[in-house]
Design a protein around this ligand. Structure first.
Ligand code: ZN
Length: 198
């Protein structure tokens, strides 16, 4: 199978597709089409028999509480039962850092859905869950609350999760060390869908 890691061309419209914005679609023949989200969404809209006008949202840069800038790229994905807008942080052309999703009804105004996503990003930029201690190791901030998402690392052969907290990759070992100062404390862990927010 072709390598789709780098920016490839859309099988349908031939435009260059950034790696975070492409969708592999299996064909009956066993071959794969690589589609930009515009072509993909239009094919789903046709299947659903709905009017859907794809919008390309330009990247937006937002600063966090430390004044560090984060640039988000957006992609819209139409599914039979919902529309999802995803924001991924990109650094030098590679997805790295924060990732956010919102969903809504397939026929909802995309600008309204986008606004919900942008509000979610702005709220997250105001939150800070970890900071560096004197020896430049991560520690949990005074609120004692950590939010983030769970992903995996290709580099870790032990099959342990990789966490993304405040847009920073935190290994399972680093996270464990962050907890050692809380020996004797209780904790509460809650896991929820990426569309939800807590
Ligand atoms: Zn296309």
């Amino acid at each position: 199978m072709k390598n789709f890691d780098k920016d490839s061309l859309c099988s349908s419209c031939n435009s260059v597709v950034q790696s975070h914005d492409g969708i592999l679609v299996g064909q009956k023949s066993g071959e794969y089409d690589y589609l930009c989200t515009k072509c993909y969404n239009e094919s789903i809209a046709e299947y659903l028999g709905i009017n859907f006008e794809h919008i390309s949202f330009e990247p937006i840069t937002v600063s966090d509480t430390d004044g560090v800038e984060h640039t988000f790229h957006f992609s819209i994905r139409l599914l039979p039962n919902m529309v999802i807008i995803r924001a991924v942080e990109m650094k030098e052309g590679i997805q790295d850092g924060y990732e956010f999703h919102v969903n809504d009804d397939v026929e909802e105004d995309l600008f309204y859905v986008f606004k919900k996503l942008f509000e979610k990003i702005k709220r997250a930029m105001k939150q800070k869950h970890i900071r560096c201690d004197n020896s430049m190791k991560y520690e949990i901030t005074d609120e004692g609350v950590v939010r983030g998402y769970i992903t995996s690392s290709l580099e870790d052969e032990r099959n342990l999760p990789l966490l993304v907290i405040d847009g920073k990759n935190v290994t399972w070992d680093e996270f464990g060390k962050m907890l050692t100062v809380y020996e004797g404390f209780n904790f509460k862990m809650e896991i929820f869908d990426k569309m939800e927010e807590e």
